[in-house]
Design a protein around this ligand. Structure first.
Ligand code: IDP
Ligand code: MG
Length: 135
């Protein structure tokens, strides 16, 4: 069975959106295979965001992702990687389509960060790699 990693980022946890996000995943019909609350370290984030590690925004991203606990979930189902990416919506919450998690629940807070509530794996290979980091 295909698996993906879904993270509810610190802004989502702080704003009390864990239930809403997980309810959307369940209503869509996918299975929650594992759940954990994790405080990310810079080392973990460097591995997780390996493609962004050298980018200028990486220090801000670390600050954002270490601002509080993260809820990590393994979600299971046929074509779940694609399905959860679609449920999350595009990266910038202002532009993300209504109906998606980022489009419905996120906004720009004017602090220069892209606070977008969730992360989801972008391919089956990324999902396998990311799941092994967080679980
Ligand atoms: P994704 O989460 O939709 O896959 P990516 O481009 O892979 O988006 O970026 C990973 C995360 O890094 C984003 O979700 C966002 O939190 C953050 N991010 C991306 N681009 C920027 C930026 O230009 N400034 C600040 N943070 C960014
Ligand atoms: Mg990405």
């Amino acid at each position: 069975m295909e698996k993906t990693l879904l993270l509810i980022k610190p802004d989502g946890v702080k704003r009390g959106l864990v239930g809403d996000v997980l309810a959307r995943v369940e209503r869509k019909g996918y299975t929650i295979g594992a759940l954990a609350m994790v405080n990310a370290t810079e080392d973990l984030l460097g591995e997780h965001y390996v493609e962004h590690r050298e980018k200028p925004f990486f220090p801000e991203l670390v600050e954002y992702m270490t601002a509080g606990p993260i809820v990590a979930a393994i979600i299971e189902g046929a074509r779940v990687v694609e399905g959860i990416r679609s449920l999350c919506g595009s990266t910038e919450p202002t532009a993300a389509a209504p109906g998606t998690i980022r489009g419905d629940l996120g906004r720009d807070w004017g602090n220069g960060q892209i606070e977008n509530i969730v992360h989801s794996s972008d391919s089956v290979e990324s999902a396998e790699r990311e799941i092994s980091l967080w679980f």
